[in-house]
Design a protein around this ligand. Sequence first.
Ligand code: WQD
Length: 347
Amino acid sequence: MKHKILVTGGTGYIGSHTIIELIRDGRFEPVAVDNCSRSTANTINRIKKITGVQVPLYKVDICDKEAFFKVFEEEKNICGVIHFAAFKSVPESMHEPLMYYRNNLNSLENVLDACAQYHVPNFIFSSSCSIYGEVPKLPVSESTPVGQAFCPYAHTKQIGEEIIRYFAAIHPEMNNVILRYFNPVGADMSGLNGELSPDKPNNLMPIIMQAGIGRIDKMTVFGTDYDTKDGSCIRDYIHVSDIARAHICALLYAIEHRGANNCDVFNLGSGNGVSVLEMIHAFEEVTGIKLNYELGGRREGDIPAIYSNSAKAAEKLHWSCQHDIRDMVTSAWKWEQELAKERKAEK
Ligand code: WQD
């Protein structure tokens, strides 16, 4: 009997890659819930093309409690919920704070409410390294104090974690795991599923890919005067499939009641700090393409450097990264070329 897992945000970037890994693992039966406001239902077809499995999709707004609860009436014996569905753009959250608080917190409250009401024993929460804010010491471990949130997006993740802690305290029957992602990048190694960025993405990897394939003329390195190895910002990039597989490890940790308490938190990072310039050079080396970029000023809200100590996840979740920077760039580039092929076919 496979464990039925409800994946909110299941047609999104990390959600869809997690569904693919749940299927590949063989012990799980994923069900997707997503209103597709920031993704497309066609991702279900991409998942089928990769895995051969037609995953059920409930096109529902999780903030619509009545509609969302209907999914739990339909889908019996749900073993766990993985909650990805949230808005996650740092700059957008600065311009639309109330939209972020409303969407990210109301959806979380409805998910927890449903888990309690329909006796779902395991809950996995998609959190973020952005909750640490600017950190005094690197690498960042789970015991690093949570800092001042630098944007409403990060603040919704901080508040979300607190909500889960208080919820877990009155629901000893549930096992809750909070996963703090560093910088997820790349695509499924098949190149047939990846990040569907908006036309003007904010994040580094999709922008490098768009500059590489010529969708944008050039990209800008935001700041080369930081106190880092080459003056550009340092981040802990991690392959999206490694992040996806960590959710399986977290589910098993919860299902097998391996936690000392019923609410645990883990960093998910590679532990390697990579600079913007290093990522650009990795792209050039992997693809043989000279990237057109300029050196520009700092971007508001950026912190100079952050990377993780993910030893706790390695020890407790028996999880480790399988993919290096080369795989991240290779898979992202393969996906960008797949998208270009699809765009050409649509013309
Ligand atoms: C990385 C670096 C930019 C674009 C992300 C997510 C956030 C959270 C944490 C999950 C920065 C530089 C970028 C460009 C550049 N993830 N850059 N030129 O800011 O670390 O935040 O990870 O919750 O949701 O947004 O990632 O990819 O935006 O930037 O120089 O054109 O690349 O300045 O130093 P960031 P990013």
